[in-house]
Design a protein around this ligand. Structure first.
Ligand code: 4AD
Ligand code: MG
Length: 465
């Protein structure tokens, strides 16, 4: 007989004479004539109540079915007599597959997130983390739905790369050299020609440059994969390994890019509110009481748009004293980003046209800038509670300007010749962005720490499991 998931049983429209379930015991309550088990199999937040009558031949097994044990049940699905649930299962055959002894660390109540991080291999069995990872999975599916419906082509960009030019952050090295005795060249330096790929290689910080290659052939593409940054950031928004979605669109400018990013972020939020309603209700009850109001508010209104120059003016007229004072040309710090989105605009805001000096080499130089105030066609979406959730730009498609910028920034044009070929052969205006997937999951769930929205977090000095 095939297994019924708890979710399907709870959503049943009629009783069933036979049903087969498998899962884990959340709680067990023993009365004189029968025992109640709350069965969870991860298919949804709620458990299904199982009633095991003391006259059942298998009843002796019930004593071994403590919290965390795996069990299977053949029985009947019947209308529940008790309040609180529509359906329950009366067991006819009850089997314990695997016991969980009394050291099982997940008890009904009161675990801190810090404690749960220490048992990250067991936390998916908690209500909270079950909900987080169901929402994460649904959002990943929605990413593909959004782009596939728009005829974007999914490109799998490489994870190992030889280009360290993107400038998005420090990179992890990939090598098979013997670190105790690396081969040396004539100058006494490590000889990377003898390394696995015959050169220095790294884990990628972004799939963008490769996505640009494909966008200038297939027009509309996206990547969705892991990216790696070796920065020593200890914040609730930074991970050393995280997933990023990077669309790249040919024949698109900054305005089109901002429109696409906004539509995408809203699509993901709407999809989660439609398909993960039970889990989102749970988050708004136990994680963040404002969550549903905020998500609905974001869906209903257009994001605000504000140039970097206007943003600096807003910050300097705010009457606030900043830990990092900000003048035109400075990077916006997280206190500034949060002020703009949380206090000033009180909604997501897209900041655009940043100073050229603080942005990557590939961003398109804006025409007609004031002398000394050159800007590039960059844009970041800042979201309440998160800060930067999207970063992107229109790309510099003019070969001469791009090469000139690379030279100023000491980026080797010969090594990047493959990239420059896009500008040599049929160059087109194009634009794209990166959405940090974990930050998006944080926004949708209200979870405050990035370590709690990724299965096994990698952060500085932390690579357990
Ligand atoms: O702004 P970033 O660095 O942009 C890029 O990598 C571009 N190549 C994207 C593009 O134009 N195709 O990163 C994009 C997003 C950020 O807005 C943020 O949401 C997320 O990636 N992000 C991180 N998320 C978690 N941990 C980190 N260390 C992150 N660094 C960036
Ligand atoms: Mg950025």
């Amino acid at each position: 007989m095939s297994r019924t998931l708890v979710k399907a049983a709870l959503n049943a429209t009629a009783p069933a004479d036979t049903i087969f379930l498998q899962g884990w015991v959340r709680t067990r309550r023993d009365a004189k004539a029968f025992s109640f088990i709350e069965l969870n199999d991860g298919s949804c937040l709620k458990g299904l109540q199982i009633i095991i009558d003391a006259t059942l031949p298998d009843y002796a097994q019930v004593a071994r079915a403590g919290t965390g044990a795996s069990v299977e049940i053949h029985g009947k699905l019947v209308a529940s007599k008790g309040g609180g649930q529509k359906w329950e299962v009366v067991a006819e055959k009850f089997t314990v597959l695997g016991e969980a002894d009394a050291t099982y660390p997940l008890q009904k109540k009161g675990h801190t997130l810090e404690f749960l991080r220490e048992i990250a291999h067991l936390r998916p069995r908690s209500n909270l983390f079950g909900a987080v990872f169901r929402v994460r999975s649904r959002l990943a599916y929605a990413v593909h739905q959004f782009f596939q419906a728009k005829e974007f082509c999914y490109v799998h960009t490489p994870i190992i790369t030889a280009s360290d030019a993107e400038g998005a952050g420090d990179m992890f090295r990939v090598t098979t050299l013997d670190l105790a005795q690396p081969p040396k060249n004539e100058q006494g330096e490590i000889d990377h020609r003898q390394d696995f790929f015959g050169k220095k290689t790294f884990l990628t910080v972004s799939g963008q440059l490769e996505a640009e290659i494909f966008a200038t052939a297939l027009s509309n593409v996206y990547t969705f994969g892991p990216t790696f940054r070796a920065e020593n950031s200890h914040t609730s928004r930074h991970a050393s390994e995280f997933w990023m979605i990077e669309p790249e669109v040919a024949f698109c400018d900054l305005a089109g890019n901002m429109d696409l990013a906004e539509e995408f972020v809203k699509y993901l939020i709407r999809d989660a509110t439609q398909h993960c309603a039970g889990d989102l209700e749970f988050f708004s009850k136990f994680v963040d009481p404002e969550l549903l109001t905020r998500l609905n508010f974001v869906l209903e209104r257009p994001f605000q748009r504000c140039s970097y120059t206007a943003a600096v003016e807003i910050l300097n007229n705010s009457g606030k004293t900043w830990e990092h004072p900000v003048a035109w040309g400075d990077n916006l710090q997280s206190e500034h980003e949060r002020y703009l989105t949380e206090e000033h605009f009180k909604c997501p805001v897209t900041v655009y046209n940043y100073p050229r000096a603080i942005k990557a080499f590939y961003m398109r130089l804006n025409d007609g800038c004031e002398p000394g105030k050159q800007t590039v066609a960059a844009m970041d979406i800042l979201a309440p509670g998160i800060g930067e959730i999207v970063g992107g730009s229109q790309r510099e498609e003019r070969l001469d300007k791009l090469v000139a910028r690379m030279e100023v920034m000491h980026i080797p044009t010969e090594e990047m010749s493959w990239y420059l070929d896009t500008r040599r052969f049929g160059t087109v205006p194009h634009a794209g962005f990166g959405l940090g997937f974990e930050r998006m999951v944080q926004f949708v769930t209200g979870m405050g720490n990035i370590r709690d929205v990724i299965a096994f977090a990698r952060t500085p000095k932390n690579c357990e499991f």
